[in-house]
Design a protein around this ligand. Structure first.
Ligand SMILES: [Mg+2]
Length: 365
């Protein structure tokens, strides 16, 4: 190890951002973004930035607990070599396995610093598949009339996939889906129930979609995350590819679901797993013949860029759901990607390319 890449300090602070409007899904409502900014400084002056986006209804983490978790993990990183960020990530998981968003923020900051030390973009740490990716835009749980307006606007801006949040009740959900399809007939449509259905309801919804001739490309987490049997029933009976999201935090979760043939796609999120475990999940998915989706919590430009780098470098992500910076009323982060319609263009800037406005970029001198 060169002393230059040793970690000198790890800091965490609130990253509070107002939303343009509250964001509602089947398992909860978010009024404002209460994330965390993680800053890692190396002996050579390189600064790595990470973001934690805890989502309380997902796994119980919130801003206060994630901040405390990061503070408790930080001393174990001081003096360590940032280039060994994958090994450090494994150590963090051994200490605090349940605090995945806290660990993800640390890991992103470490990986950003490691990439900057070799002047490489972050995507190169994960592969050479590419430096661009194309996202959908999501429509939250709103009335059909509002769904129609939002779908038309998404289509008009040149985005080619719409992800529609559904509530878990067949009739109102059909009305939402019809509204979106009529307003944006050329857009690929995916659904996300966020665990809102039981297996019978989910299959009934899919039967209706088939009868109505409504094209839906994916049905995300139709049933509660601990009910593997229900997910397997929907995956077998829906006639639409089913994605596991809340059910998969780790590679072994996916192995278990694969053995039951309980999903055709897995939604990988850095906040559920951290980049190192997320890469293992992607590898297991390839092994099982399960398709890849990249998703996120409500994240700023920073964690969104990290996720885009991860998925672009690894490649093979058929579904991309990285649109939450569009929900924010302010953008506290500079740099990063260029966005054009649904495309993220990442380029060759070192790391994920993002830094908090008014701070140093933290590049290698
Ligand atoms: Mg989801």
């Amino acid at each position: 190890m060169t002393d230059a890449m040793r970690i000198r300090s790890v800091e965490v602070e609130p990253l509070d951002v107002p939303l343009i409007e509250p964001f509602t899904i089947a398992i909860g409502k978010l009024e404002r973004v209460a994330n965390l900014l993680v800053t890692v400084v190396l002996e050579n002056g390189v600064v790595g930035y990470g973001e934690s986006a805890p989502f309380p209804v997902l796994n119980g983490e919130d801003q206060a607990t994630a901040s405390a978790a990061i503070r408790s993990l930080a001393p174990s990183l001081i003096g360590e070599d940032a280039e060994e960020w994958r090994g450090l990530a494994a150590g963090l998981e051994r200490r605090l396995w349940a605090q995945s968003a806290a660990r993800a923020g640390l890991e992103i900051a470490l990986a950003d610093a490691a990439a900057k030390c070799t002047r490489r973009p972050l995507w190169r740490l994960f592969g050479v598949a590419g430096d661009a990716i194309e996202t959908d835009i999501s429509i939250p749980l709103v009335e059909p009339e509002r769904t129609r307006v939002l779908a038309a606007a998404i289509s008009a801006r040149g985005v080619r996939t719409i992800k529609l949040k559904v509530a878990g009740e067949v009739e109102p959900d059909i009305a939402r889906i019809v509204a979106a399809h009529q307003a944006a007939p050329r857009c690929r449509l995916t659904l996300d129930a966020n665990q809102g259905y039981d297996a019978d309801g989910a299959i009934e919804l899919c039967d209706w979609l088939r009868i109505a001739g409504l094209p839906v490309a994916l049905f995300e987490q139709p049933v509660p995350r601990h009910d593997d049997a229900a997910l397997a029933r929907v995956a077998a009976g829906a006639g639409i590819p089913v994605a596991a999201d809340e059910a998969v935090f780790r590679a072994h979760d996916l192995d278990r679901l694969a053995a039951l043939r309980a999903c055709q796609v897995v939604n990988v999120k850095l906040m559920k797993s951290g980049p190192a475990e997320a890469q293992r999940i992607a590898a297991r998915a390839r092994h099982h013949g399960i398709g890849l989706m990249i998703g996120q919590m409500i994240e700023t430009r920073l964690a969104t860029a990290a996720a885009a780098h991860f998925a672009a470098g690894l490649g093979g992500f058929t579904f991309v759901d990285l649109d939450t910076p569009l929900l924010l009323a302010e953008d506290p982060i500079a740099g990063g990607y260029v966005m054009d319609r649904g495309g993220y263009f990442l380029g060759d800037a070192p790391g994920h390319g993002c830094w908090p406005k008014g701070r140093t970029q933290g590049l290698l001198a």
